[in-house]
Design a protein around this ligand. Sequence first.
Ligand code: UD1
Length: 422
Amino acid sequence: MDSILVTGNGPLNGQIPIAGAKNACLTLMPATLLSEEPLTLTNAPRLSDIKTMTALLQSLGAEVSSLQDGQVLAMSSHDLTSHTADYEIVRKMRASNLVLGPLLARFGEAVVSLPGGCAIGARPMDLHVEGLEALGAEIELEDGYLHAKAPGGLKGAVHEMRFASVGATENIVMAATLAKGTTVLKNAAREPEIVDLVECLRKMGAQISGEGTSTIEIQGVDRLHGATHQVVTDRIELGTYMLAPAICGGEVELLGGRMRLVESFAEKLDAAGISVTETTEGLKVARKNGRVRAVDVVTEPFPGFPTDLQAQMMALMCTAEGTSVLEERIFENRFMHAPELVRMGANIEVHGGTATVTGVEQLKGAPVMATDLRASVSLILAGLAAEGETTVSRVYHLDRGYEHVVRKLEGVGAKIERIKGQ
Ligand code: UD1
């Protein structure tokens, strides 16, 4: 298995291009199932999760061609042959469950494996099921698979979610585009990836309003047509690389970054003593003089502080002046990076969903292990700021969500290399 070797070597300067959003692409791809006509996505990120979704769509009979070195995905669901999302693919990636709503809407039937346990918590699907049942679906669990049927077709309804789940919002919105009548989804998630999905669905002929607010209204239509759509910038990759100059010093411009994608995160960086300014091409991040200040963080649904940046923020807080409290409210069990950071000399205490980090002056390089996608990149960030060498193993997690991580960080002066495994 490959590993990544990082050697801390001072300030970083230059530019890093930010890719299209993994999480947007993973919901835009299943939207192809809603129409017989082609859907083309541009600015797609080159990631293993995208390959997994490609394999899933192909297993259903969709055609997916990866063009221009993977940045363009040309898809067609003209001749689908299956409505079953197999456990062998779903277990690799929870976002596979995003085929449920579209398959049900187009065929009145879908069989989707439950994703099963996940390293960062239980992650059930009850909110997806409740929303689709409100639209008239009958859903049963058999042999680990959700069997969903809507014999008379889906019907619009008013439904309020108990929690603003991102995936459930996406599944319900996609299903409602082809339902009869109007659906009003209350307490919907407001993430930029949902806004991006709605913009694409609208290009396909869907009638939707209210995206980006907590009430989304969908007027069902008989059919959707083909479209071409550019995937929105990845705000999590953006936030991650914003932390590189924050941790190491220097000044880095993140190309394609926009403030509206990372507002609450940028506010925390500002409080910590990091300047973030919007330029014509992106966001420029620089550390002001002196040590970073400790700030407290609570993860929340958008527009709050993203759970997907909590691990990376913890890496920054490890060398801050003072004590910071990081509270994880979205997922249970999402502090697996903490003991690895402690191996690098960090002072962190975890109690339930709260981590208390007391900054130390200097982290020290160490062999560490990645446990999930965001944890793995937090260890790389910590390694950039540490004295000596840090080896991060199990980097297949990283390949799920960060394209060309070595090249991007090398480009701003980091000493980082990928070591091929046996
Ligand atoms: C998406 C993102 C993920 C991010 C998360 C929260 C994708 C592909 N992934 O995941 O990177 O960390 O949003 O911003 O877009 N829950 C239930 N029942 C459900 C659904 C969810 O209890 O039916 C719980 C989950 O266990 C979790 C919380 O709700 O504790 C948030 O989950 P959700 O918003 O659905 O996240 P995902 O869509 O899985």
